[in-house]
Design a protein around this ligand. Structure first.
Ligand code: PGA
Length: 271
């Protein structure tokens, strides 16, 4: 292929992150992490596993000799204090490199607000965790034609927390677009809708002081991703990978998803 006919693939990395949610114990987590690492060794794909916080140590140990990275599923908005049962960024940053922030299950179950989520982003920057910031609309919002407005407003409120003079947005931000109605339901968004939302997300970020060019912010799709449905999303140049829930607990599924991600990485010339 000549230089001129080469498609203009973005230089963004390709990322597959597994969110194990409230599944596994320290013992079986390390075995599963090992098996996933063995089954997903595909060049050019950044792999991240986010186990429950009590499994961080065993999973970090299990993955120590691999290039699979470890993340937490949440951090508190404050670094220390009287917050019974909570876990903060400085407590985990020796064990994890990544943090999922603002997952819709936490918005739903812990009533997390965009303002709290914004503060969590600040903690990520402060304590060296790479955030995967989740945004996404509910079904009624999509059906009412308000999906775009919903996601833009989430980002606007979150980013306004990090725009102050003393605040610093993480310079390695990753966004996960996760339509709430697609999470754990077996329903997925259409690839073209997710790609359109990724463009909207980058446009919105560009207006809110993202430290690096918003065009370089990876946008992942999340919501019932499997080895069969991943194709539709990774066929879209605006989508840079996936945040995978249920399927990330299955070795074969992760192998299939990462193998497909490897094709995208190769096409982008990132390997
Ligand atoms: P799911 O979860 O893949 O099970 O739909 C995705 C997520 O919650 O990040």
């Amino acid at each position: 292929m000549t230089q001129g006919s080469r498609p203009a693939w973005p230089t963004r990395p390709v990322i597959v992150a597994g969110n194990w949610k409230m599944n596994t114990t320290p013992l079986d987590a390390s075995l599963l992490a090992n098996d996933i690492a063995d089954a997903t060794g595909v060049p050019g794909v950044t792999r991240v596993i986010c186990p429950p916080v009590v499994c961080l140590e065993s999973v970090s140990r299990a993955l120590a000799d691999t290039d699979v990275e470890v993340g937490v599923q949440n951090i508190h908005a404050q670094p220390f204090g009287a917050y019974t049962g909570e876990v903060s960024a400085p407590m985990v940053n020796m064990l994890a490199r990544w943090a999922i922030i603002g997952h819709s299950e936490r918005r739903r179950d812990q009533a997390e607000t965009d303002e709290q989520i914004g503060r969590k982003l600040l903690r990520c920057a402060e304590f060296g965790l790479r955030p995967i910031l989740c945004v996404g609309e509910h079904l009624d919002q999509r059906e009412a034609g308000r999906a775009e407005e919903t996601v833009r407003r989430q980002l606007e409120r979150i980013m306004s927390m990090v725009e102050g003079a003393a605040a610093r947005a993480p310079d390695d931000l990753v966004i996960a677009y996760e339509p709430v109605w697609a999470i754990g339901t077996g329903r997925t968004a259409r690839g073209s809708d997710a790609a359109q939302m990724a463009q909207i997300i980058r446009r919105e970020l560009a207006q809110h002081g993202v430290p690096n060019d918003a065009m370089h912010v990876p946008v992942l799709y999340g919501g019932s991703v499997t080895s069969s449905s991943i194709e539709e999303f990774l066929a879209e140049p605006d989508i840079d990978g996936a945040l995978v829930g249920g399927a990330s607990l299955k070795v074969d599924e992760m192998a299939g998803i990462v193998a497909r991600a490897g094709l995208t990485a190769a096409a982008r010339g990132s390997i």
